[in-house]
Write a protein that binds this ligand. Structure first.
Ligand SMILES: [Ca+2]
Length: 310
């Protein structure tokens, strides 16, 4: 575990996060367009992306500079995705396929199930809560939503900058202690994956968005709950030659980047709750631990002080 010069800042932010309900943060908020969920203005700037003590594909740590942008305060929920489907008649790729993979928490393994979709993410008879993140949506299904909403997926760099919440080089979105105050502050797997889940965080699968403290930018569930699609193609060695300004990923790839980890990430297995963690998945299928949040460019008018800080 890394304890650097930011320890005091980390502890302060962690304390503030612990005492602040996630949905209450208002900093940088502007009225969203009718179809866009609540978004937060991220100021942009330069940060150190990646980690030198994680997986090989998290290396090297490299400086990235981003222009300001907006990002969703929380993951897109089942209710929000339903609005899109009802307005457009869109049918997801999983629905068309008729089946999808589900992580069976009793078997401790992935299984293919018929009748699974965003409407029934954990089995043909399962019913998701309307305020939990939508899952079983492919990258293409997520992108279709963003286009309807007048938005886009965040780039991998935008996602990581936002997740760091203003902290420099921290291991997690809230600092360097996985359990600040002795308890989990995000929806991940406590216990030995995949056979034992101690449920310290209170959730076996997805949690309604906003149940855990926000990060320094007021963003909810950047860690855990569901992995989140980014716009970039995945490149295992991309960090070695990534452009410094506003990187958008390799020109092609086998799958797209996912960030943030999920309710299945444990200390003994995937550790996807680390802010520099990254994985990939092919763009045409979903899983019951993958979702997304939206982003969009910030306009010049939104960056004027009177509008950016009402
Ligand atoms: Ca998440």
């Amino acid at each position: 575990m890394k304890w650097g010069k930011n320890t005091q800042t980390s502890l302060l932010l962690a304390f503030l996060a612990l005492v602040t309900p996630c949905p209450a943060a208002k900093t940088g908020k502007a009225p969203p367009p009718p179809t866009q969920p609540d978004m937060v203005l991220i100021p942009g700037g330069t940060f150190r992306m990646g980690s030198d003590h994680g997986q090989e594909f998290e290396k090297p740590v490299h400086k990235v500079t981003l222009k300001p942008y907006w990002i969703g305060r929380h993951e897109i929920t089942v209710a929000e995705y339903r609005k899109f489907v009802e307005a457009t008649g869109y049918m997801t790729q999983t629905e068309k396929a008729g089946s999808s993979k589900v992580f069976d928490v009793k078997k401790g393994d992935w299984v293919v199930m018929k009748g699974v979709s965003w409407r029934h993410p954990d089995g043909p008879k399962s019913q998701p809560a309307v305020d939990e993140p939508v899952s079983q949506v492919s990258w293409n299904d997520a992108t279709a939503y963003t286009q309807w909403a007048g938005a886009r997926l965040p780039t991998e760099a935008e996602w990581e900058f936002a997740s760091r919440g203003g902290l420099d080089g921290a291991e997690y979105a809230w600092g360097n202690d996985l359990r600040p105050g002795g308890k989990p502050v995000a929806n991940w797997w406590q216990g030995h994956f995949p056979d034992t889940n101690t449920l310290e965080d209170g959730y076996l699968r997805r949690a309604p968005v906003g149940k855990f403290p926000p990060n320094g930018y007021g963003l909810c569930d950047m860690t855990g709950n569901v992995w989140e699609w980014c716009s970039d193609w995945y490149g295992a060695d991309y960090y070695a030659h990534s452009p410094r300004a506003n990187p958008t990923g390799p020109p092609s790839g086998e799958g797209h980047v996912l960030k943030g980890g999920s309710f299945l990430c444990s200390e003994n297995f995937c550790t996807g709750f680390r802010v520099s963690s990254r994985r990939m998945h092919v763009p045409d299928t979903g899983l019951n631990n993958m979702g997304f949040r939206i982003a969009r460019d910030a306009t010049d008018g939104e960056l004027r002080p009177s509008k950016a800080r009402p």
